[in-house]
Design a protein around this ligand. Structure first.
Ligand code: SME
Length: 158
């Protein structure tokens, strides 16, 4: 199994995602442990895009609890419907927030976060957790991120 991710940094965003998806699939191939797979996914996304924060929150006892991530220390628990993560859980859909200051109830784990995307993760049709990515630039995420991150969420074994 290849344990390294190699994506040319000069590629445009969509090309980076196109190159990353098969490499991540190969990296996760044959592994069924949730923490291992989420940890390597967070690392691969961080290595490729150098996001300010990228990681997972998993539903445990009716709240989202911090899972594997890359970036500064973050809030550990988020209630249903709270913040962008809790809203994505409630609405069961990807949320793109170009300016976190404009999102009612946004939970600021770090004052440097300016925009955010949250993608739900499903397991056997049930919502299981979310992938959360923060940028220290406004408007960093768009439909390209949503499309490829949703594809990624489908193949990560959790
Ligand atoms: N901003 C998120 C909280 C998690 S951190 O960004 C890592 C939210 O509003 O749900």
């Amino acid at each position: 199994m290849a344990e390294n991710i190699s994506i040319p940094q000069q590629l445009p965003k969509e090309e980076k995602y196109k190159a990353l998806l098969p490499q991540l699939k190969a990296l996760l191939h044959g592994e069924t442990d949730e923490v291992a797979n989420l940890a390597n996914t967070a690392a691969a996304l961080w290595e490729t895009f150098h996001f300010f924060w990228v990681g997972f929150y998993l539903i445990k006892n009716d709240e989202l609890v911090l899972g594997p991530f890359q970036g500064p220390a973050a809030c550990t628990r988020i209630a249903f419907g709270r913040g962008v993560c809790g809203a994505a859980w409630k609405e069961r859909k990807t949320l793109i927030v170009p300016d976190v200051a404009q999102f009612p109830g946004h939970i600021s784990c770090n004052s440097r976060s300016q925009s955010e995307i949250v993608v739900p993760l499903f397991k056997n049709g049930e919502l299981h957790g979310v992938l959360d990515i923060d940028s220290d630039r406004p408007g960093a995420f768009d439909e390209i991120d949503a499309r490829y991150l949703e594809k990624m969420a489908e193949f990560i074994i959790i």
